[in-house]
Design a binder for this molecule. Structure first.
Ligand SMILES: [Zn+2]
Ligand SMILES: [Zn+2]
Length: 364
């Protein structure tokens, strides 16, 4: 089997034969169908998500089929179609699971930079950027708790997107920020995550829905996903003031920051209303919060993070699939291009140009 390996940061991935461990207790061998390129993958292989032991393998927006199951696996059987996500199903017993916050499960915590289950031809173990999952390979060993069974007829190139971009955006709006009907929402960054925040805001009955991005093309796409107003900080002299004007002088009740950068985060925060909530999704690595002053928090503004949209893996993803089949969740519209596995470096190059929503690597 082949995997696309990162041997050196900022260099093309190397596709080569690797040896995969057999599935252990609670683990499943997945035959990859489709893996999308998330911006986090780009950050990872450029070294912008912290140091990682190389060689390493990325890819965390995964759809595939169960090939083989390890001991005590009882959720899936060979042939099942699954989405694999970095966020695990909660244990059901810990404090947070009992609170209904399985995304904060302390028995199965979310983690990055995991021990890999692949060995290259010189005997080196491959580290996994996305903790328990590794999607840029023909097969992977993934813990059962990171899998969601999905309908076989759900197209793989759409299913894979749900594993990160969709839940990170749509989930942040519904389950973390808990956007209320008739409130205003501003989304900064209209890429694969931000567009999902916009469609989440539309679904939640928000108005106005303000999209902020430096790309006019992305702002046009944002309108198709439900944005009622657009703001381009490259054109607007004072984007904070513009958002306040659009939101009747009050500022936005909810601000979703779906792009990395501390100055952008501060701008987003200042776009929020009194008592408003700013939810941070986009993150790079090592930014300092020094651009904030205590007076920025006057008026009771709230600043919060969002762990993968605060979703409960198997409950909320199945609900999103229901919404997709009901025409209330756009998935196909998020796919910019398809690339066979051997063209993964072309797909990365294209994804970096910024006009792409999601490029999908296909294995079928
Ligand atoms: Zn991602
Ligand atoms: Zn738990």
């Amino acid at each position: 089997m082949k995997a696309a390996i990162c041997y050196e940061l900022n260099k093309p991935l190397v596709i080569e034969d690797v040896i995969l461990d057999p599935p252990g207790k609670g683990e499943v061998k997945i035959c990859m169908a489709a893996t999308a390129i998330c911006h986090s993958d780009i950050h990872a292989i450029k070294g912008e998500h912290g140091d990682i032991k190389l060689p390493a393998i990325a890819g965390h927006e995964i759809c595939g089929y169960v090939e083989e199951i390890g001991e005590s696996v009882d959720y899936v059987v060979p042939g099942d179609k699954v989405i694999a996500s970095i966020i695990p199903e909660g244990c059901g017993h810990c404090y947070y699971c009992r609170e209904g916050l399985s995304n904060q499960c302390t028995t199965h915590p979310l983690f990055l930079h995991g021990q890999g289950r692949m060995t290259n031809k010189t005997g080196q173990r491959l580290t996994q950027y996305a903790g328990p999952v590794a999607g840029f390979a023909e097969y992977a060993i993934i813990p059962e708790r990171n899998l969601v069974k999905v309908p076989t007829e759900l197209p793989s190139d759409r299913a894979c997107l749900i594993a990160c971009g969709v839940i990170a955006g749509f989930g942040a709006v519904l389950y973390r920020a808990k956007v209320t009907v008739n409130s205003s929402v501003t989304v900064i960054g209209c890429g694969g995550v931000g567009l999902n925040a916009i469609q989440g805001a539309l679904f939640s009955g928000a108005y106005p829905i303000v999209a902020v991005d430096v790309s006019e093309k992305k702002l046009e796409t944002a309108k198709e996903f439900g944005a009622t107003h657009t703001v381009n900080p490259r054109i607007e002299k004072d984007p904070i003031e513009t958002v306040h004007e659009i939101t009747y002088g009050r500022g936005s009740d909810f601000v979703i920051v779906a792009v990395a950068g501390i100055e952008i985060l501060r701008q987003g925060f200042l776009m929020s209303a009194r008592d408003g909530t700013t939810c941070v999704i986009g993150h790079g690595h090592g930014e300092q919060l020094s651009a904030f002053t205590p007076t920025d928090f006057m008026g009771g503004r709230k600043l919060t993070g969002s762990a993968m949209g605060a979703i409960r893996l198997r409950k909320d993803i199945l609900r999103l699939i229901e919404l997709y089949y009901s025409g209330r969740l756009k998935l196909g519209e998020l796919v910019s291009g398809h690339y066979p596995f051997e063209k993964i470096n072309e797909a990365f190059e294209s994804s970096e140009k910024g006009e792409v929503i999601r490029n999908v690597i296909t294995f079928e």
